[in-house]
Design a binder for this molecule. Sequence first.
Ligand SMILES: C[S@@+](CC[C@H](N)C(=O)[O-])C[C@H]1O[C@@H](n2cnc3c(N)ncnc32)[C@H](O)[C@@H]1O
Ligand code: SF4
Length: 408
Amino acid sequence: MPSALPLADPAPLDGLLPASVTEGAETRRFGVYLHVPFCRVRCGYCDFNTYTSEELRGAKRSDYAGQAADEVALAGSVLRAAGLPQRPASTIFFGGGTPTLLPATDLAGMLAAVTDQFGLAPGAEVTTEANPDSVDLEYLLTLKRAGFTRVSFGMQSAVPHVLATLERTHDPARIPLVVQWAREAGLAVSLDLIYGTPGESLDDWRTSVEHALAQQPDHLSAYALIVEDGTKLARQIRSGQVSMPDDDLQADMYELLDGLVTEAGYDWYEVSNWSRGSGQRSQHNLSYWQGQDWWGIGPGAHSHVGGVRWWNVKHPAAYADRIAAGHSPGAGRETLDAATRAVERVLLGARIREGVAIAGLAASGRTAVAGLIADGLVDPGSALRGTVVLTLRGRLLADAVVRRLLED
Ligand SMILES: C[S@@+](CC[C@H](N)C(=O)[O-])C[C@H]1O[C@@H](n2cnc3c(N)ncnc32)[C@H](O)[C@@H]1O
Ligand code: SF4
């Protein structure tokens, strides 16, 4: 089951925001995330907020696009009531769950609700995640006609035994097909890979990376497999049925990946992300790392506007009830103080290619930089230019680097 929500203050039923959110708003981009909380089956490693048909407790997938459109309308009135300037959406991202389990016309309707409410900034990025087994050419053409610009396929691996351990249901032979269809439809393509699956060898991983690169995607994300508490994978590891992912092997896999993708002409721009040139970076994900404003629509979705962060009730049935009653689906929220915002700037900024400005660090963090350079974790050239940018080894140990930058 998905994990519990964070503890914080309850969010108000009218969803209204304090006037403080307007401060500096004209310097921040605005984006919209739409969560689609449905999957046909749950993969054994996944603790995303997603539900199979049997887990929906009366909520209906077919009602969801309308509920999401209602929350979009609420978002428009809450942002106006707070006195925020009208900002068109720079990025829109449909994530899941499996957005492509819904008919393409539902996704088109949700997108129209967002663009009617906020408008679209010139060159806006509109992405959906997609499972390779839930789209065809017609589906992708409908998305393109509706205004989508980009699709991100959950490839994960090209190796059948790895996909089987992950409990992925798609046939790897489908990847070239869906990528070709997306291209024909005129959509930019990103592929998601996972490395460090129990039983996956370095050669298996090389095969997956080479298969991914053979598709010439515009963008590639590669995530180290995380064993999340409460998942089937965690239970299988506890009972000794499968082995724990090996940290050293995962590090070797990351190094191999970085070498292969760099050789193929991709640029690294975030710990887990590479693109063909800066124009193909995921602008939506960058806005999370840069602390921009975004509204998260749907069950369990998180939002951030001007230092106020909130999250919605998690279950689709609870969400449907709130929306039907004309209430905000917000469950909890917190207002970030200046110290927390400074810590988050380091936590998020250290993950991206632009790095963190040394001048913005506390005195202890500034002192730590020389030691991090000596340990080969921070690029000395970047420090001369006044920023902390991680080396390859630094990216592998990003959490430890951030801890040292935040040390008191
Ligand atoms: C919401 S899923 C993507 C959409 C779609 N449902 C799918 O799985 O293809 C987002 C991505 O998160 C990654 N992911 C999910 N659970 C993970 C875990 N436990 N460890 C590492 N990566 C994970 C996968 O690569 C997945 O493609
Ligand atoms: S399809 Fe994606 S969201 Fe659904 S259970 Fe699998 S990894 Fe999680």
